[in-house]
Structures are given as structure tokens and as C-alpha cells.
Design a protein around this ligand. Structure first.
Ligand code: CAA
Length: 380
């Protein structure tokens, strides 16, 4: 076992940290108010190839490690967690669906290479109004018609939905078979009948674009079918295992970002004739939070390494997602409290981090679903 990052991992970490501080931090508060997604910055970061980092070069990716990708999401999310989830959905839910699929290599390359450099953006369409935690409760249906499929239905809570050039749509080819009749297709922006529905107005991650996607007689070529009937549910589950490591990285980043703001504040703010960090109650609180962050980080990096090394990672991913996102909520809430009245004000960032943290406990499988996944493995 080795706790040292490789040079590649350190380089990616630095690249993402410098980008976040230079390109994202200056306007992050204003964007939180306007809700505007920083598309130009997203494309700029994409020029480094970072969105295809963990995927093989032969298939249009960068051939890097999964841990490098996780470190990048963590660094970005320390500053701007909304950007962090846009990145994570692009890479691990959209890109992961393509990579984990049984599609031929030329199709994988066709739909993966353009997201690697940020020229195109990807999204993941699984959730429906009737299929949230119960992902099997799908109603969107694809019907074969000659050389193509015609898809009807709708998806909701699609992160990147309004921005996406490519969306992986999970749907039923045979509703009678339930999950055994689930397939998946890449649907391209502009395909007639494929439109953006209601765009959500959210408590946190304000600049991440999240919407309904409507499919009204959307005709897609059969070659866009990346999971054959019967393979779709397993593809979605496997992809979500990787995505949950990404959300864990987002949660860890929020926790670290809020922790650092609190740490600086406690050293500077004087009350009762001394800096706040000299109050043992607050110093001990910080000791607990630092330990929580370290525990979360170990679980997260372990999950990423399991995936990278081809070991089973479903349970490590669920443990990491749950722990990192609960840590995000805890640290951000405690940071608001430690900053007192200032913590409640927008200038200090921690109130935004607290709002951003909440969704990480909910999406890509609520933390109750993570417990379902973990407990399911305990009594076999
Ligand atoms: N990998 C591969 N296959 C898997 C799997 C995994 N991790 N988990 C389950 N499967 C397989 C099972 O082996 C089973 O196969 P067989 O039929 O051959 O036996 C099949 O899938 C069905 O499994 P289950 O009976 O366990 O399925 P279930 O209907 O009980 O559901 C669940 C299990 C874990 C609750 C699942 O529905 C789930 O994960 N729900 C949460 C959904 C979720 O995470 N949604 C997030 C949406 S995306 C999002 O949030 C994106 C965003 O915007 C940020």
C-alpha cells in the first residue's frame, strides 16, 4: 500500500487547483446569484483533455488514471461545486455509460472523443418522475422501426441537460420485461422531437444546468444503441458506481473548501482578546472536522483505486459517496456556525457551500440508497 500520489496525479491536481483559483473563484459568488453556467470556462478547461482523462487513448480519451480524474473534481469542487458536478456528470455518467457499454469501439470513439476536449458536452438520462430511487420504474419506451428506434417519454433532473450535445437515454424496448427490457441510446441535440423541458430553480449548485428532457417521437439510428435490450439497467448501475466516486469527490472538495475558510477565519478573528483558534472548543471542533475529512478522503481514494485496478468497486463507491457527502454537509454547516453572523452572509462563501453540500447527499443515489447497496452485501 502506498499513500503517495504519482507525478501524473500531482500534475492534474495542480492543473485543476490553479484553474479553479484563477478562472472560477473570482466570479463564483456572482454566478451563484445569476445561476449562469460558465460555459466559456468549461470549454477552456476542456482544452486540456481533462473530461476524457480516465478513458483510453484508443477510444478518444486521455489514458489517465481514475484517481487523477477524482483529484481534479475534488480540486474544482473546493471552489465551485456546481462546476464540479457538471464535470463529473460529463466524465463519469455520460463518458462512463459509453465506456462501460458493449458498443463497438468506433461508436465509443465517436461519442467519447468530442467530450474529452470539451467540444461537446454529455448528459445522463435515467431518472423519470416515476423512477427516482426506484430506477427500474421507467416509462420511456423505444420502439424499433426499420433501421432506427423511435423513443417516447421524458426524463427529469438531467444535469447538463440544457447544455448537452449528447445525452444517454435509458429506456425500455419491451415494457413487459421491466429492467430486463431496458436499453440505452445516445440521443444527439437537435434530433427532431428531443427538447429541453422545465429548467430547475435550485437551492444550491445554482449554476449547474438541470432540466427535464422531452422525447416526442425521437428517431435515432440503431447504431446509437449503446446497450442492447436487457443490458441497459446493468449499464446504468455500473455507470452509477463510477459516478458515485465522482460525487464523493465533489463532497470532499466542498468539505475541504469550507474547512479551509473556517481555519483561516479562526486564526484571524479576535474575540475575548485572542484569536478564535485559541478557544479550545473551536480548536477541538476543527480537529474533529480534519479527522472526518481524512477518513472521507481515504475511502474515496480507495474506491477510485479499486475501480482503476479492476477490483469490485460498487461497495467502496457507495461507502465513499455516503461518507464524503455527509462530511460535506457536516463541515459546511459547522463552518457557517463557526463564522457566526459572517458565516450566514454570502461574502464568506460557506453558506453557498452548505447549500451546495445538501444535494450531494441526494443525487446519484440518496445516501439511504447507498446504505441499501452496502447492507445488501453484508448478509450473503
Ligand atoms: N452493477 C452491475 N449490475 C448491477 C448493479 C451494479 N452496481 N446493481 C444491480 N445490478 C444488477 C443486479 O445484479 C440484477 O441483475 P439480475 O437481474 O441479472 O439478477 C439487476 O441489476 C437488478 O438489480 P436489483 O434487483 O438490485 O435492482 P433494484 O431494482 O432492486 O434496484 C437499486 C437497486 C440499488 C435501488 C437501484 O435502483 C439504484 O441504484 N437506485 C438509485 C438510482 C440512482 O442512483 N439514481 C441517480 C440518477 S443519476 C443522477 O442523480 C445524476 C445527476 O443529475 C447528478
Amino acid at each position: 500500500m502506498n499513500f503517495e500520489l504519482t507525478n501524473e496525479q500531482k500534475d492534474i491536481q495542480k492543473l485543476a487547483r490553479d484553474f479553479a483559483e484563477k478562472e472560477l473563484l473570482p466570479q463564483v459568488r456572482e454566478r451563484d446569484e445569476s445561476g449562469e453556467f460558465p460555459l466559456e470556462a468549461f470549454r477552456k478547461l476542456g482544452k486540456t483533455g481533462i473530461y476524457g482523462l480516465p478513458y483510453p487513448k484508443e477510444l478518444g480519451g486521455m489514458g489517465g488514471s481514475y484517481l487523477s480524474y477524482i483529484l481534479a473534481v475534488e480540486e474544482i469542487s473546493k471552489v465551485d461545486a456546481a462546476f464540479g458536478i457538471a464535470f463529473s456528470v460529463d466524465t463519469s455518467l455520460y463518458g462512463g455509460s459509453i465506456m462501460n457499454s458493449s458498443a463497438p469501439d468506433e461508436i465509443k470513439k465517436k461519442f467519447l472523443a468530442p467530450i474529452t476536449y470539451g467540444e461537446k458536452i454529455g448528459s445522463f438520462g435515467l431518472t423519470e418522475h416515476s423512477a427516482g430511487s426506484d430506477a427500474a420504474g421507467q416509462h420511456t419506451v423505444a420502439t424499433k422501426d426499420g433501421d432506427s428506434y423511435v423513443i417516447n417519454g421524458s426524463k427529469c433532473f438531467n444535469t447538463n441537460g440544457p447544455l448537452a450535445d449528447y445525452t444517454v437515454i435509458y429506456c425500455l424496448t419491451d415494457p413487459e420485461l421491466g429492467t430486463k427490457g431496458m436499453a440505452a441510446f445516445v440521443v444527439e441535440k437537435g434530433t427532431p422531437g428531443f427538447t429541453v423541458g422545465h429548467v430547475e430553480n435550485k437551492m444550491g449548485i445554482r449554476t449547474a444546468m438541470v432540466s427535464d428532457m422531452i422525447l416526442d417521437n425521437v428517431r435515432v439510428p440503431a447504431e446509437n444503441m449503446i446497450a442492447k435490450p436487457g443490458e441497459g439497467f446493468k449499464l446504468a448501475m455500473k455507470t452509477l458506481d463510477g459516478g458515485r466516486i465522482g460525487v464523493g469527490a465533489q463532497g470532499l472538495g466542498i468539505a475541504e473548501g469550507a474547512y479551509e475558510i473556517a481555519r483561516q477565519y479562526l486564526m484571524q478573528r479576535q474575540q475575548f482578546g485572542k484569536p478564535l483558534n485559541k478557544q479550545q472548543y473551536l480548536a477541538f471542533k476543527m480537529a474533529e472536522l480534519a479527522t472526518d475529512i481524512e477518513k472521507a478522503k481515504l475511502l474515496l481514494y480507495k474506491a477510485a483505486l479499486c475501480k482503476e485496478e479492476g477490483q469490485p468497486y460498487s461497495i467502496p463507491a457507495a461507502m465513499a459517496k455516503m461518507t464524503c457527502t455527509d462530511t460535506a454537509m457536516k463541515v459546511a454547516t459547522e463552518a457557517v456556525q463557526m463564522l457566526g453572523g459572517n458565516g450566514y452572509m454570502k461574502d464568506y462563501h460557506v453558506e453557498r457551500m452548505m447549500r451546495d453540500a445538501k444535494i450531494t447527499q441526494i443525487y446519484e443515489g440518496t445516501n439511504e440508497i447507498q446504505k441499501l447497496v452496502i447492507s445488501g452485501s453484508l448478509f450473503r
